[in-house]
Design a binder for this molecule. Sequence first.
Ligand SMILES: N[C@@H](CCC(=O)N[C@@H](CS)C(=O)NCC(=O)O)C(=O)O
Length: 230
Amino acid sequence: MSDAFTLYYTQGACSFVPHAVLNYLGLPYTLVPIALADGQQRSPEYLTLNPKGRVPVLVGGTLPTGEVLTEAPAICRYLCAQKPEAGLWPTHPLAEARLMEWLNYLSGHFHAFAWALAMRPQRFSPDSSQYETLSAQGRTHLEDVIIYIEDKLSDGRSFAVPAAGPDAPSHVTPADFYLLIQYRWITARLGWPMREKAPRWTALVERVLALPSVQATLTAEKLEYWPQAA
Ligand SMILES: N[C@@H](CCC(=O)N[C@@H](CS)C(=O)NCC(=O)O)C(=O)O
């Protein structure tokens, strides 16, 4: 592969996940920052690229000219297919299904539902008098997400996707990069004491943090790590 991919990203956003995949796989890429706080995702130029007005977006690389790939799980799938030998995307049918189960849950239930309800209640009602209640409801759902994730990790697996077959060790996948950045959202934005609330999730995050490619991604995004897990 000669051409570099281009990833449109925002510091600390869900675009961290494909960014970490690019680094893990050692694929060539360039980054284009999108200032969500300034509303750049709603600029006419960006909406021409991605009418959804969201990051991440992937173009270039091995993608045919004119192809624009959106949705973090889909981008990760495409990137992992560039280097299947790295094992970042499992090939065992059950392990792959488990990975998709995680990615759907984290991008759908966690991000688009519980997190959005807690942090952006205006997406769920035009009535601002409802926002406090909706936000509180979102935080309740996030508490449930934490309980679910702690339960999933209670079998002692090192990474999110369990080993498929008795001889296969569990392996890092894009789901672990999601779990790292979403853990950071909770600590940084909600200030919840995740070491106490989610010790297994914390331990997984620390294993993911030990990967040099993840450290490189954090450095590139100028992300400080959070005090609770430091
Ligand atoms: N389902 C999309 C969600 C993308 C998304 O919501 N990205 C956020 C950043 S984490 C965003 O661009 N937000 C901008 C906005 O809501 O205006 C995916 O998984 O890629």
